[in-house]
Write a protein that binds this ligand. Structure first.
Ligand code: RIB
Ligand code: CA
Length: 277
């Protein structure tokens, strides 16, 4: 599958949230995925850091990949366009089988859709890590980080005239990485182990020794749909103002355009991750 990964990767910035970095390693180490580009956005770190972090990570992994700088803030506070938005539009017009995997605030993708709504029809699949359906948020009691950072962008994406696969906190919170797992994953046998281990350790220490593998789960589900257990189709509405801003509400409807993952096979996911990261 040919993939654009959209990410706010913190791995590379000491102490930052690093799960996008592990997701990128998983994607780049998976031969089923041809990563045609990695577009970067604001979120865990500023967009310049995200851009530089992806560049450095790809270099350390020994992978050649096209990296594009994207939005520096939410849609209503960003310039009309940027390299990432242009890349998403141009590549979608060129290739008719793209898979989009969104791991950060949805600004770049929504800006591309606002300019050229017809590109969505050309995408093969869209996977989005974001939202909290039956559980509390991680920024406010209502909102998950990626949606909270740009609710308008999420609203645009969740109103697409095609189905998207949503991987919300409901399932990503079932996955964990602890300081004890570091030896298992980064045992020093590969050239990138030391670098990745350093940043993952710093991030874990800042987060109290444990974190959830939100973004790696989204990439893993794109690779292996059998990881998903219970899932429900419907319309996801996004609250764009007020106290509950960023809240995602699922209205069940068999004709809906969002397929929400609500349960996963954790073992199957961890096995895939262990084999490839
Ligand atoms: O809420 C989880 C999301 O926000 C993930 O994409 C992670 O990178 C975080 O900061
Ligand atoms: Ca992310």
């Amino acid at each position: 599958m040919r993939v654009i990964l959209d990410t706010d990767v913190g791995l590379g910035t000491p102490g930052a949230v690093f799960d996008d970095g592990i997701a990128i390693i998983l994607a780049l180490n998976s031969t089923e995925m041809d990563i045609v580009g990695i577009t970067t956005c604001h979120g865990n770190v500023n967009v310049d850091d995200a851009f530089n972090n992806v560049k450095r990570l790809a270099l350390i992994l020994g992978k050649k990949v096209n990296v594009l700088r994207g939005s520096e803030g939410p849609m209503d506070r960003s310039k009309e366009t940027n390299d990432a938005v242009d890349f998403i539009i141009n590549t979608s017009e060129e290739l008719s089988d793209l898979t989009i995997i969104a791991l950060g605030p949805l600004t770049n993708i929504a800006m591309a859709l606002r300019r050229k709504p017809e590109i969505a029809k050309r995408w093969d699949s869209v996977f989005v890590m974001g939202g909290a359906i039956t559980v509390k948020g991680n920024v406010t009691p209502y909102a998950e980080f990626n949606v909270y950072k740009d609710p308008l962008a999420a609203k645009i994406l969740f109103s697409l005239g095609r189905r998207i696969i949503l991987i919300p906190l409901d399932v990503t919170r079932k996955t964990t990485l602890t300081l004890e797992d570091l030896d298992k994953f980064f045992d020093g046998n590969r050239p990138y182990d030391e670098y990745v281990r350093y940043h993952v350790k710093k991030g874990l220490e800042r987060m109290g020794g444990m974190c959830h593998l939100h973004d790696p789960l989204a990439v893993a589900i794109a690779l292996d749909r059998e990881i998903v257990g219970d899932h429900k189709v419907g319309y996801v509405e996004v609250v764009t103002k007020g106290r509950e801003i960023g809240r995602t509400v699922l209205r069940r409807d068999a004709h809906g355009n969002v397929d929400v993952c609500l349960d996963i096979n954790v073992e199957r996911f961890m096995r895939l991750l262990g084999e490839r990261v």
